[in-house]
Design a binder for this molecule. Structure first.
Ligand code: AP5
Length: 226
């Protein structure tokens, strides 16, 4: 019998398509989607203490401090939808961990990922993806003015909310986010070398999703054979 991986993680640069492929993966696999970017944007919109602290870092393209993020994920992963029927953890991490200390904290709590899907897109393609992105503040669905336009201009296909252009999707913050990714997040590729699967993120979204599903299935088979 196959032993399914229950702790999945997406890794990739800003704009690589993590949120896009996460939507497909969560609906196909029935796994909770833990996007730390979405959680922080919801906290900012609600005006919570975490949101007030995070906003300046996010708008500047910098990372929110590790202790804040670790607490956020500790609390979120304790919720019922992050557990399988047998009570074991089951989720898809999107945007966490993003630093080596965050990865250490996740391991220490026994929640380290079993499979890491690395969505790989060359840096020159990312700027266009991010400047053209429009995001849904209602359900988090990402769109793109050229690559993935909504059916009705400016309106989310999924929930009908008016789309927004994120404050950090301007050229200055994007360049800072890419610098931050290179310095603090890219080392995780090496950290997770024993469980990482590279996905070509330059193909169409449906092809990326297919590759991600195949990678999860392939990993599952490898684990069941182990
Ligand atoms: P977060 O929201 O996680 O931002 P990010 O990592 O920069 O990722 P993005 O959401 O920008 O991109 P994505 O890879 O999801 O791409 P998407 O699918 O939207 O974090 C925001 C901020 O929060 C951070 O900067 C930081 O301040 C803070 N933060 C979050 N987590 C943190 C943590 N753990 N620690 C500290 N701080 C943290 O796609 C992008 C565009 O491309 C879209 O327009 C989409 O339509 C298009 N697209 C997607 N796939 C394709 C494709 N295959 N072909 C063509 N176009 C495509």
């Amino acid at each position: 019998m196959s032993k399914a991986a229950n702790k999945l993680m997406l890794l990739g640069a800003p704009g690589a398509g993590k949120g896009t492929v996460a939507k497909g993966l969560t609906s196909q696999l029935g796994v909770a989607h833990l996007s730390t970017g979405d959680m922080l944007r919801a906290a900012v919109a609600a005006g919570t203490a975490v949101g007030r602290l995070a906003q300046g870092f996010m708008d500047a393209g910098q990372l929110v401090p590790d202790d804040v993020m670790v607490k956020l994920i500790d609390e979120r992963t304790a919720e019922a939808d992050c557990k399988a029927a047998d009570g074991k953890p089951r989720f898809l991490l999107d945007g966490f961990p993003r630093t080596l200390p965050q990865a250490d904290a996740l391991d220490a709590s026994g929640l380290g990922p079993e499979v890491v899907l690395f969505v790989d897109v060359p840096e020159e393609a990312l700027l266009r993806r991010l400047t053209g992105r429009r995001s849904c503040p209602g359900c988090g669905a990402p769109f793109h003015i050229d690559f993935q336009p909504p059916k009705v201009d400016g309106i989310c296909d999924a929930c009908g909310t008016a789309l927004v252009h994120r404050a950090d999707d301007q050229e200055g913050p994007i360049r800072k986010r890419l610098d931050t990714y290179r310095a603090q997040t890219a080392p995780l590729v090496q950290r997770y070398a024993d469980r990482i699967v590279r996905i070509d993120g330059t193909t169409a979204p449906a092809v990326v999703l297919e590759a991600a599903l195949a990678a999860v299935a392939g990993k599952n088979q490898a684990q069941s054979a182990a």
